[in-house]
Ligand binder design. Structure first.
Ligand code: DQA
Length: 138
């Protein structure tokens, strides 16, 4: 089982960015625990602040990986191009958010990528990623 985790803009600052919303832990630190918890799953990780780089990553992994876990950050709410990239590849994708976007500003309630994903997990902090791994392993 090979899963590609993709984090979008500003998620490189996890642990330092708005800790009241996103927690005090860096993603790299969390990923170490996640990998230890699922030794049978290859968890590859990519982060970029650039929309085109995220699309290139989906193109690269989307024909090989068994699944994609995508937290597109703010591009969730704007990007038709990410929606199209997910539709262009066979790997199933899970949309993930750390915060419960539906409890936040109205502009976060709309996702351009949900319709191209198998499912959506949001609001469970970093544990949202583990729940997505579970969903892909079902
Ligand atoms: C986020 C929610 C988005 O609205 C926001 O732009 C992010 C993070 C989350 O994980 O909760 O950057 O995707």
């Amino acid at each position: 089982m090979r899963i590609q985790i993709i984090n979008g803009p500003n998620l490189n600052l996890l642990g330092r960015r708005e800790p009241d919303v996103y927690g005090a832990r860096s993603f790299e630190d969390y990923l170490t625990d996640l990998r230890a918890r699922y030794p049978e799953v290859q968890l590859d990780y990519f982060q970029s602040n650039h929309e085109g780089d995220l699309i290139d990553c989906i193109h690269r992994c989307g024909f090989e990986a068994d699944g994609i876990i995508l937290n597109a950050g703010a591009y969730t709410h704007t990007s038709v191009a990410l929606h199209d990239a997910l539709r262009a590849v066979p790997a199933p994708a899970i949309e993930v958010h750390i915060s419960n976007v539906h409890q936040r500003e109205e502009f976060r309630h709309r996702s351009f990528i949900s319709a191209a994903c198998r499912g959506v997990i949001c609001g469970f902090g970093l544990d949202s990623y583990r729940l997505a791994v579970e969903a892909l392993c079902l």
